[in-house]
Design a protein around this ligand. Structure first.
Ligand code: HEC
Ligand code: HEC
Length: 396
Protein backbone atom coordinates (compact mmCIF):
# COMPACT_ATOMS: atom_id res chain seq x y z
CA UNK A 1 0.00 0.00 0.00
CA UNK A 2 2.75 2.35 1.01
CA UNK A 3 4.75 1.35 -2.07
CA UNK A 4 1.73 1.98 -4.26
CA UNK A 5 1.28 5.46 -2.87
CA UNK A 6 4.90 6.26 -3.51
CA UNK A 7 4.70 5.05 -7.13
CA UNK A 8 1.57 7.15 -7.65
CA UNK A 9 3.32 10.09 -6.11
CA UNK A 10 6.39 9.58 -8.27
CA UNK A 11 4.44 9.11 -11.49
CA UNK A 12 2.31 12.20 -10.78
CA UNK A 13 5.52 14.08 -10.12
CA UNK A 14 7.06 12.82 -13.40
CA UNK A 15 3.94 13.72 -15.35
CA UNK A 16 3.97 17.14 -13.68
CA UNK A 17 7.60 17.74 -14.62
CA UNK A 18 7.24 16.42 -18.17
CA UNK A 19 4.06 18.45 -18.80
CA UNK A 20 5.98 21.47 -17.74
CA UNK A 21 8.66 20.52 -20.27
CA UNK A 22 6.17 19.74 -23.03
CA UNK A 23 4.10 22.90 -22.77
CA UNK A 24 5.73 25.93 -24.34
CA UNK A 25 6.13 28.73 -21.81
CA UNK A 26 3.38 31.37 -21.95
CA UNK A 27 4.47 34.20 -24.24
CA UNK A 28 5.56 37.48 -22.64
CA UNK A 29 2.96 40.28 -22.76
CA UNK A 30 5.29 42.22 -25.06
CA UNK A 31 5.36 39.33 -27.57
CA UNK A 32 1.62 39.34 -28.27
CA UNK A 33 -0.62 42.06 -29.61
CA UNK A 34 -3.98 41.17 -28.11
CA UNK A 35 -5.18 41.67 -24.55
CA UNK A 36 -6.68 44.55 -22.57
CA UNK A 37 -4.78 47.61 -21.43
CA UNK A 38 -3.83 47.94 -17.77
CA UNK A 39 -5.83 49.84 -15.18
CA UNK A 40 -9.32 48.97 -16.43
CA UNK A 41 -11.99 48.61 -13.76
CA UNK A 42 -13.73 45.26 -13.18
CA UNK A 43 -16.79 46.47 -15.14
CA UNK A 44 -14.56 47.67 -17.97
CA UNK A 45 -12.78 44.32 -18.15
CA UNK A 46 -16.16 42.58 -18.45
CA UNK A 47 -17.17 44.86 -21.29
CA UNK A 48 -13.80 44.22 -22.94
CA UNK A 49 -14.48 40.47 -22.78
CA UNK A 50 -17.93 40.89 -24.32
CA UNK A 51 -16.33 42.95 -27.10
CA UNK A 52 -13.69 40.26 -27.58
CA UNK A 53 -16.50 37.71 -28.11
CA UNK A 54 -18.14 39.99 -30.66
CA UNK A 55 -14.83 40.46 -32.49
CA UNK A 56 -14.51 36.67 -32.77
CA UNK A 57 -18.16 35.92 -33.60
CA UNK A 58 -18.40 33.92 -36.81
CA UNK A 59 -21.53 34.87 -38.79
CA UNK A 60 -23.55 32.37 -40.77
CA UNK A 61 -26.54 32.62 -43.08
CA UNK A 62 -28.76 32.13 -39.99
CA UNK A 63 -27.18 34.98 -38.05
CA UNK A 64 -27.35 37.39 -40.99
CA UNK A 65 -24.14 36.94 -42.99
CA UNK A 66 -24.27 38.53 -46.46
CA UNK A 67 -25.95 37.65 -48.69
CA UNK A 68 -22.80 39.12 -50.23
CA UNK A 69 -19.73 39.63 -48.09
CA UNK A 70 -15.93 39.61 -47.89
CA UNK A 71 -15.41 37.55 -44.71
CA UNK A 72 -17.49 36.11 -41.87
CA UNK A 73 -15.86 37.55 -38.73
CA UNK A 74 -13.76 40.52 -37.68
CA UNK A 75 -11.07 38.18 -36.40
CA UNK A 76 -10.80 36.29 -39.69
CA UNK A 77 -9.14 39.37 -41.19
CA UNK A 78 -7.56 40.89 -38.06
CA UNK A 79 -6.21 37.60 -36.72
CA UNK A 80 -5.06 37.89 -33.09
CA UNK A 81 -5.89 41.62 -33.45
CA UNK A 82 -2.91 41.85 -35.79
CA UNK A 83 -2.48 42.47 -39.50
CA UNK A 84 -4.33 40.33 -42.01
CA UNK A 85 -3.00 37.75 -44.44
CA UNK A 86 -3.30 38.58 -48.17
CA UNK A 87 -6.08 35.92 -48.40
CA UNK A 88 -8.39 38.37 -46.64
CA UNK A 89 -7.42 41.50 -48.57
CA UNK A 90 -10.42 43.57 -49.64
CA UNK A 91 -10.93 45.70 -52.72
CA UNK A 92 -12.41 49.21 -52.89
CA UNK A 93 -13.31 50.86 -56.19
CA UNK A 94 -14.93 53.71 -58.05
CA UNK A 95 -13.44 57.00 -56.85
CA UNK A 96 -10.52 58.54 -58.72
CA UNK A 97 -10.73 62.17 -57.58
CA UNK A 98 -12.10 64.21 -54.68
CA UNK A 99 -15.60 64.59 -56.15
CA UNK A 100 -16.92 61.33 -54.74
CA UNK A 101 -17.57 57.75 -55.77
CA UNK A 102 -18.91 57.27 -59.30
CA UNK A 103 -19.89 53.63 -58.82
CA UNK A 104 -22.22 53.79 -55.82
CA UNK A 105 -25.03 52.28 -57.92
CA UNK A 106 -22.78 49.44 -59.07
CA UNK A 107 -21.79 48.18 -55.64
CA UNK A 108 -19.12 50.78 -54.80
CA UNK A 109 -17.15 51.51 -52.82
CA UNK A 110 -16.38 48.01 -51.58
CA UNK A 111 -16.35 44.78 -53.51
CA UNK A 112 -18.23 41.90 -51.87
CA UNK A 113 -16.73 39.05 -53.87
CA UNK A 114 -18.30 36.20 -51.87
CA UNK A 115 -21.98 35.25 -51.69
CA UNK A 116 -24.33 32.80 -50.03
CA UNK A 117 -25.62 30.05 -52.36
CA UNK A 118 -28.22 31.49 -54.72
CA UNK A 119 -26.80 35.02 -54.75
CA UNK A 120 -24.44 36.62 -57.21
CA UNK A 121 -21.16 37.92 -55.79
CA UNK A 122 -20.02 41.32 -57.04
CA UNK A 123 -17.42 41.69 -59.75
CA UNK A 124 -15.33 44.76 -60.41
CA UNK A 125 -17.13 46.97 -62.98
CA UNK A 126 -15.02 47.42 -66.08
CA UNK A 127 -12.98 50.59 -66.01
CA UNK A 128 -13.47 51.26 -62.30
CA UNK A 129 -10.29 52.38 -60.60
CA UNK A 130 -9.55 50.31 -57.52
CA UNK A 131 -7.14 49.59 -54.71
CA UNK A 132 -6.49 46.56 -52.51
CA UNK A 133 -6.35 47.01 -48.73
CA UNK A 134 -4.73 44.51 -46.38
CA UNK A 135 -6.15 44.44 -42.84
CA UNK A 136 -4.17 46.54 -40.35
CA UNK A 137 -3.63 45.64 -36.69
CA UNK A 138 -6.31 47.04 -34.37
CA UNK A 139 -4.24 47.45 -31.20
CA UNK A 140 -3.72 50.68 -29.25
CA UNK A 141 -6.42 52.46 -31.25
CA UNK A 142 -8.03 53.99 -28.13
CA UNK A 143 -5.02 56.26 -27.77
CA UNK A 144 -5.35 57.46 -31.36
CA UNK A 145 -9.09 57.93 -30.80
CA UNK A 146 -8.50 60.31 -27.90
CA UNK A 147 -5.81 62.37 -29.55
CA UNK A 148 -7.38 65.84 -29.80
CA UNK A 149 -8.36 67.38 -33.12
CA UNK A 150 -6.11 70.34 -32.20
CA UNK A 151 -3.04 68.14 -31.96
CA UNK A 152 -3.73 66.55 -35.36
CA UNK A 153 -4.17 69.97 -36.97
CA UNK A 154 -1.03 71.20 -35.22
CA UNK A 155 0.99 68.42 -36.89
CA UNK A 156 -0.40 69.22 -40.34
CA UNK A 157 1.44 71.56 -42.66
CA UNK A 158 -0.73 71.69 -45.79
CA UNK A 159 1.36 74.35 -47.56
CA UNK A 160 4.70 73.05 -46.30
CA UNK A 161 5.33 76.30 -44.42
CA UNK A 162 8.48 74.89 -42.82
CA UNK A 163 9.91 73.93 -46.24
CA UNK A 164 10.95 70.39 -45.29
CA UNK A 165 9.24 68.87 -48.33
CA UNK A 166 6.69 67.15 -46.09
CA UNK A 167 3.21 68.60 -45.88
CA UNK A 168 0.72 66.28 -44.16
CA UNK A 169 -2.95 67.11 -44.57
CA UNK A 170 -6.15 66.21 -42.79
CA UNK A 171 -8.78 64.14 -44.63
CA UNK A 172 -11.88 66.28 -44.03
CA UNK A 173 -14.82 63.88 -44.31
CA UNK A 174 -18.59 63.95 -44.18
CA UNK A 175 -19.82 61.94 -41.22
CA UNK A 176 -22.95 59.77 -41.12
CA UNK A 177 -25.99 60.91 -39.10
CA UNK A 178 -25.58 58.29 -36.37
CA UNK A 179 -22.29 59.82 -35.23
CA UNK A 180 -22.33 62.55 -32.60
CA UNK A 181 -19.06 64.37 -33.01
CA UNK A 182 -17.32 64.99 -29.68
CA UNK A 183 -17.95 68.42 -28.11
CA UNK A 184 -14.34 69.42 -28.78
CA UNK A 185 -14.44 68.30 -32.46
CA UNK A 186 -13.24 70.82 -35.01
CA UNK A 187 -15.20 71.06 -38.25
CA UNK A 188 -14.57 72.80 -41.55
CA UNK A 189 -17.47 73.45 -43.95
CA UNK A 190 -19.50 70.80 -42.13
CA UNK A 191 -16.72 68.22 -42.48
CA UNK A 192 -14.77 66.50 -39.73
CA UNK A 193 -11.32 64.97 -39.29
CA UNK A 194 -11.04 61.36 -40.48
CA UNK A 195 -8.49 59.39 -38.51
CA UNK A 196 -8.96 55.64 -39.11
CA UNK A 197 -8.45 53.56 -42.25
CA UNK A 198 -5.74 53.67 -44.90
CA UNK A 199 -7.11 56.92 -46.33
CA UNK A 200 -8.28 58.24 -42.94
CA UNK A 201 -11.88 58.04 -44.10
CA UNK A 202 -13.45 56.89 -40.80
CA UNK A 203 -14.22 59.48 -38.14
CA UNK A 204 -14.06 57.18 -35.11
CA UNK A 205 -14.09 53.53 -34.09
CA UNK A 206 -17.89 53.37 -34.10
CA UNK A 207 -17.89 54.58 -37.71
CA UNK A 208 -15.26 51.95 -38.61
CA UNK A 209 -17.13 49.18 -36.77
CA UNK A 210 -20.56 49.89 -38.25
CA UNK A 211 -18.96 50.11 -41.71
CA UNK A 212 -17.11 46.81 -41.21
CA UNK A 213 -20.27 44.97 -40.16
CA UNK A 214 -22.12 46.34 -43.15
CA UNK A 215 -19.50 46.24 -45.92
CA UNK A 216 -17.21 43.40 -44.84
CA UNK A 217 -19.80 40.93 -43.55
CA UNK A 218 -23.20 42.12 -44.82
CA UNK A 219 -24.49 42.61 -41.27
CA UNK A 220 -27.14 45.34 -40.91
CA UNK A 221 -27.34 47.36 -37.70
CA UNK A 222 -29.57 50.02 -36.22
CA UNK A 223 -26.89 52.55 -37.27
CA UNK A 224 -26.65 51.31 -40.85
CA UNK A 225 -29.71 49.17 -41.61
CA UNK A 226 -29.19 49.05 -45.38
CA UNK A 227 -28.73 45.56 -46.83
CA UNK A 228 -25.61 45.35 -49.04
CA UNK A 229 -27.38 43.28 -51.67
CA UNK A 230 -30.88 44.70 -52.01
CA UNK A 231 -30.08 48.25 -50.84
CA UNK A 232 -33.30 48.09 -48.82
CA UNK A 233 -33.66 48.83 -45.13
CA UNK A 234 -33.82 45.60 -43.10
CA UNK A 235 -34.05 44.61 -39.42
CA UNK A 236 -30.76 44.92 -37.48
CA UNK A 237 -28.75 41.67 -37.44
CA UNK A 238 -26.53 42.77 -34.55
CA UNK A 239 -27.65 44.50 -31.34
CA UNK A 240 -26.62 48.01 -30.34
CA UNK A 241 -25.17 46.59 -27.13
CA UNK A 242 -22.86 44.31 -29.14
CA UNK A 243 -21.69 47.26 -31.21
CA UNK A 244 -21.02 49.34 -28.07
CA UNK A 245 -19.12 46.42 -26.52
CA UNK A 246 -17.04 45.98 -29.67
CA UNK A 247 -16.36 49.73 -29.81
CA UNK A 248 -15.20 49.60 -26.18
CA UNK A 249 -13.00 46.57 -26.94
CA UNK A 250 -11.28 48.42 -29.79
CA UNK A 251 -10.71 51.42 -27.49
CA UNK A 252 -9.16 49.32 -24.74
CA UNK A 253 -6.93 46.83 -26.55
CA UNK A 254 -3.47 47.45 -25.13
CA UNK A 255 -0.86 49.41 -27.05
CA UNK A 256 1.91 47.21 -28.46
CA UNK A 257 4.89 47.06 -26.08
CA UNK A 258 8.39 47.74 -27.44
CA UNK A 259 10.93 44.95 -26.95
CA UNK A 260 14.72 45.13 -26.54
CA UNK A 261 14.70 48.89 -26.16
CA UNK A 262 17.96 48.83 -24.20
CA UNK A 263 19.85 46.92 -26.88
CA UNK A 264 22.67 49.23 -28.13
CA UNK A 265 21.85 48.54 -31.80
CA UNK A 266 18.17 49.31 -31.21
CA UNK A 267 19.14 52.56 -29.48
CA UNK A 268 21.38 53.47 -32.41
CA UNK A 269 18.66 52.54 -34.92
CA UNK A 270 16.25 54.87 -33.15
CA UNK A 271 18.67 57.78 -33.52
CA UNK A 272 19.07 57.02 -37.23
CA UNK A 273 15.26 56.88 -37.59
CA UNK A 274 15.21 60.49 -36.40
CA UNK A 275 18.23 61.58 -38.45
CA UNK A 276 16.79 60.41 -41.78
CA UNK A 277 13.42 62.09 -41.11
CA UNK A 278 11.29 58.97 -40.70
CA UNK A 279 9.91 60.62 -37.59
CA UNK A 280 8.56 63.61 -39.53
CA UNK A 281 5.54 61.47 -40.43
CA UNK A 282 5.91 58.48 -38.12
CA UNK A 283 5.67 60.68 -34.97
CA UNK A 284 7.02 58.89 -31.94
CA UNK A 285 5.31 60.55 -29.01
CA UNK A 286 1.78 61.91 -28.78
CA UNK A 287 -0.57 62.65 -25.91
CA UNK A 288 -4.29 62.00 -25.51
CA UNK A 289 -6.71 64.65 -24.32
CA UNK A 290 -9.48 63.98 -21.83
CA UNK A 291 -11.15 60.57 -22.02
CA UNK A 292 -14.01 59.22 -19.91
CA UNK A 293 -11.96 55.99 -19.85
CA UNK A 294 -9.48 56.89 -17.11
CA UNK A 295 -6.73 54.64 -18.52
CA UNK A 296 -6.79 56.65 -21.77
CA UNK A 297 -7.09 60.15 -20.34
CA UNK A 298 -4.14 62.56 -20.74
CA UNK A 299 -1.70 59.76 -21.46
CA UNK A 300 1.54 59.84 -23.42
CA UNK A 301 1.91 57.11 -26.04
CA UNK A 302 4.28 56.08 -28.85
CA UNK A 303 2.43 55.11 -32.04
CA UNK A 304 4.85 56.43 -34.73
CA UNK A 305 2.13 58.13 -36.77
CA UNK A 306 0.71 61.63 -37.28
CA UNK A 307 -2.65 60.35 -38.61
CA UNK A 308 -2.20 62.69 -41.58
CA UNK A 309 -2.33 62.07 -45.32
CA UNK A 310 0.91 62.27 -47.28
CA UNK A 311 1.57 62.21 -51.01
CA UNK A 312 3.60 59.01 -51.34
CA UNK A 313 4.44 59.33 -55.04
CA UNK A 314 3.32 57.67 -58.24
CA UNK A 315 4.34 54.11 -57.39
CA UNK A 316 1.84 53.98 -54.51
CA UNK A 317 -0.84 55.82 -56.50
CA UNK A 318 -3.57 53.26 -57.34
CA UNK A 319 -5.85 55.90 -58.90
CA UNK A 320 -8.40 55.16 -56.15
CA UNK A 321 -9.34 57.36 -53.21
CA UNK A 322 -11.81 58.27 -50.43
CA UNK A 323 -13.03 61.61 -49.06
CA UNK A 324 -10.81 64.60 -49.81
CA UNK A 325 -7.63 62.49 -50.10
CA UNK A 326 -5.76 62.51 -53.42
CA UNK A 327 -5.15 59.13 -55.05
CA UNK A 328 -1.44 59.26 -54.17
CA UNK A 329 -2.14 60.17 -50.55
CA UNK A 330 -2.11 57.64 -47.70
CA UNK A 331 -2.50 58.07 -43.97
CA UNK A 332 0.75 57.40 -42.10
CA UNK A 333 0.30 53.95 -40.53
CA UNK A 334 1.34 53.52 -36.90
CA UNK A 335 4.57 51.53 -36.62
CA UNK A 336 3.99 50.19 -33.10
CA UNK A 337 3.57 46.43 -33.30
CA UNK A 338 5.53 46.32 -36.60
CA UNK A 339 8.00 43.72 -35.30
CA UNK A 340 5.14 41.38 -34.40
CA UNK A 341 3.13 41.89 -37.56
CA UNK A 342 4.46 38.83 -39.38
CA UNK A 343 3.14 36.62 -36.54
CA UNK A 344 -0.43 37.02 -37.77
CA UNK A 345 0.59 36.95 -41.45
CA UNK A 346 1.92 33.39 -41.54
CA UNK A 347 5.46 34.36 -40.52
CA UNK A 348 5.92 36.62 -43.55
CA UNK A 349 5.74 40.42 -43.70
CA UNK A 350 3.12 41.96 -46.00
CA UNK A 351 3.50 45.72 -45.57
CA UNK A 352 2.12 48.94 -47.11
CA UNK A 353 -1.61 49.41 -47.85
CA UNK A 354 -1.97 46.31 -50.02
CA UNK A 355 0.78 44.17 -48.55
CA UNK A 356 3.07 44.59 -51.57
CA UNK A 357 6.24 44.91 -49.45
CA UNK A 358 7.60 41.57 -48.21
CA UNK A 359 10.13 43.03 -45.77
CA UNK A 360 10.66 46.21 -43.78
CA UNK A 361 13.43 47.25 -46.17
CA UNK A 362 11.13 46.77 -49.16
CA UNK A 363 8.52 48.91 -47.40
CA UNK A 364 11.06 51.73 -47.05
CA UNK A 365 12.03 51.41 -50.72
CA UNK A 366 8.40 51.86 -51.80
CA UNK A 367 8.37 55.31 -50.12
CA UNK A 368 8.25 58.15 -52.67
CA UNK A 369 6.69 61.60 -52.97
CA UNK A 370 7.02 63.49 -49.70
CA UNK A 371 9.07 60.58 -48.35
CA UNK A 372 11.48 60.40 -51.30
CA UNK A 373 14.20 62.36 -49.49
CA UNK A 374 13.90 60.19 -46.40
CA UNK A 375 14.18 57.04 -48.54
CA UNK A 376 17.27 58.42 -50.29
CA UNK A 377 18.87 59.15 -46.93
CA UNK A 378 18.19 55.52 -46.03
CA UNK A 379 19.87 54.35 -49.23
CA UNK A 380 22.97 56.38 -48.34
CA UNK A 381 23.39 54.64 -44.97
CA UNK A 382 26.14 52.04 -44.61
CA UNK A 383 25.14 48.42 -44.08
CA UNK A 384 25.65 48.52 -40.34
CA UNK A 385 23.44 51.58 -39.87
CA UNK A 386 20.74 50.05 -42.09
CA UNK A 387 20.80 46.94 -39.90
CA UNK A 388 20.48 49.00 -36.72
CA UNK A 389 17.51 50.88 -38.17
CA UNK A 390 15.76 47.64 -39.13
CA UNK A 391 16.54 46.16 -35.71
CA UNK A 392 14.94 49.21 -34.09
CA UNK A 393 11.86 48.90 -36.33
CA UNK A 394 11.57 45.21 -35.41
CA UNK A 395 11.65 46.11 -31.72
CA UNK A 396 8.45 48.16 -32.13
C1 HEC B 1 -12.43 41.35 -45.01
C2 HEC B 1 -11.50 41.61 -43.98
C3 HEC B 1 -11.96 42.46 -42.80
C4 HEC B 1 -12.98 42.20 -41.92
C5 HEC B 1 -13.98 41.07 -41.94
C6 HEC B 1 -12.94 43.26 -40.94
N1 HEC B 1 -11.92 44.12 -41.24
FE1 HEC B 1 -11.37 45.74 -40.14
N2 HEC B 1 -10.15 46.32 -41.62
C7 HEC B 1 -9.88 45.61 -42.76
C8 HEC B 1 -9.15 46.46 -43.69
C9 HEC B 1 -8.67 46.07 -45.07
C10 HEC B 1 -9.00 47.72 -43.06
C11 HEC B 1 -8.45 49.01 -43.66
C12 HEC B 1 -9.74 49.67 -44.14
C13 HEC B 1 -9.66 51.07 -44.55
O1 HEC B 1 -8.60 51.53 -44.84
O2 HEC B 1 -10.71 51.71 -44.64
C14 HEC B 1 -9.63 47.57 -41.74
C15 HEC B 1 -9.63 48.57 -40.79
C16 HEC B 1 -10.12 48.43 -39.51
C17 HEC B 1 -9.96 49.39 -38.44
C18 HEC B 1 -9.17 50.69 -38.50
C19 HEC B 1 -7.75 50.48 -38.07
C20 HEC B 1 -6.88 51.67 -38.29
O3 HEC B 1 -5.71 51.63 -37.87
O4 HEC B 1 -7.28 52.68 -38.87
C21 HEC B 1 -10.66 48.90 -37.37
C22 HEC B 1 -10.81 49.54 -36.02
C23 HEC B 1 -11.27 47.66 -37.79
N3 HEC B 1 -10.91 47.38 -39.09
C24 HEC B 1 -12.11 46.88 -37.01
C25 HEC B 1 -12.88 45.83 -37.52
C26 HEC B 1 -14.01 45.25 -36.84
C27 HEC B 1 -14.51 45.65 -35.46
C28 HEC B 1 -14.51 44.29 -37.66
C29 HEC B 1 -15.73 43.42 -37.45
C30 HEC B 1 -16.98 44.12 -37.17
C31 HEC B 1 -13.67 44.27 -38.84
N4 HEC B 1 -12.70 45.22 -38.72
C32 HEC B 1 -13.82 43.38 -39.89
C33 HEC B 1 -10.26 44.31 -43.02
C34 HEC B 1 -11.30 43.68 -42.36
C1 HEC C 1 6.15 61.65 -45.83
C2 HEC C 1 5.77 60.82 -44.70
C3 HEC C 1 6.60 59.60 -44.41
C4 HEC C 1 7.97 59.49 -44.19
C5 HEC C 1 8.99 60.61 -44.20
C6 HEC C 1 8.22 58.10 -43.94
N1 HEC C 1 7.06 57.37 -44.00
FE1 HEC C 1 6.89 55.39 -43.70
N2 HEC C 1 4.98 55.46 -44.38
C7 HEC C 1 4.28 56.61 -44.69
C8 HEC C 1 3.01 56.25 -45.28
C9 HEC C 1 1.93 57.21 -45.71
C10 HEC C 1 2.97 54.85 -45.34
C11 HEC C 1 1.85 53.97 -45.89
C12 HEC C 1 1.96 53.82 -47.41
C13 HEC C 1 1.06 52.74 -47.98
O1 HEC C 1 0.31 52.13 -47.22
O2 HEC C 1 1.09 52.49 -49.17
C14 HEC C 1 4.22 54.38 -44.72
C15 HEC C 1 4.52 53.03 -44.49
C16 HEC C 1 5.64 52.61 -43.80
C17 HEC C 1 5.91 51.25 -43.41
C18 HEC C 1 4.96 50.07 -43.61
C19 HEC C 1 4.02 49.99 -42.45
C20 HEC C 1 2.93 48.98 -42.60
O3 HEC C 1 2.29 48.69 -41.58
O4 HEC C 1 2.65 48.49 -43.70
C21 HEC C 1 7.12 51.23 -42.76
C22 HEC C 1 7.83 50.04 -42.17
C23 HEC C 1 7.63 52.59 -42.78
N3 HEC C 1 6.71 53.40 -43.40
C24 HEC C 1 8.84 52.98 -42.27
C25 HEC C 1 9.42 54.22 -42.56
C26 HEC C 1 10.82 54.52 -42.33
C27 HEC C 1 11.85 53.59 -41.74
C28 HEC C 1 11.01 55.81 -42.77
C29 HEC C 1 12.29 56.57 -42.85
C30 HEC C 1 13.25 56.03 -43.82
C31 HEC C 1 9.71 56.30 -43.22
N4 HEC C 1 8.79 55.31 -43.11
C32 HEC C 1 9.48 57.57 -43.68
C33 HEC C 1 4.72 57.90 -44.50
C34 HEC C 1 6.06 58.24 -44.32
Amino acid sequence: MKFKLITIFISVFVIFISCDKLLPPAPEESEILDGPMENLSYEQRLQFLRGDDAFNEVFTKESGLGPIFVANSCASCHSGDGKGHPFTTLTRFGQDDTTGNKYLNQGGNQLQHRALPGYKPETLPEGASHSDFIAPAVTGLGFLAYLTDESIIEMSDPNDANGDGISGVVNWIEIPDYINPSTSAISQNGKYIGRFGKKASAYNLLHQTVGAYNQDMGIASFFNPIDVYSNLEIEPEVSNQTIYDLDFYLHTLKAPIQRNQNNPEVIKGKVIFGQINCGSCHKETLRTGYSPIEALSNKEFHPYTDLLLHDMGSELDDNYTEGSALTSEWRTPALWGLGLSADSQGGQYYLMHDGRARSIEEAILFHGGEAERSKNLYLELNKEDKNSLIKFLKSL
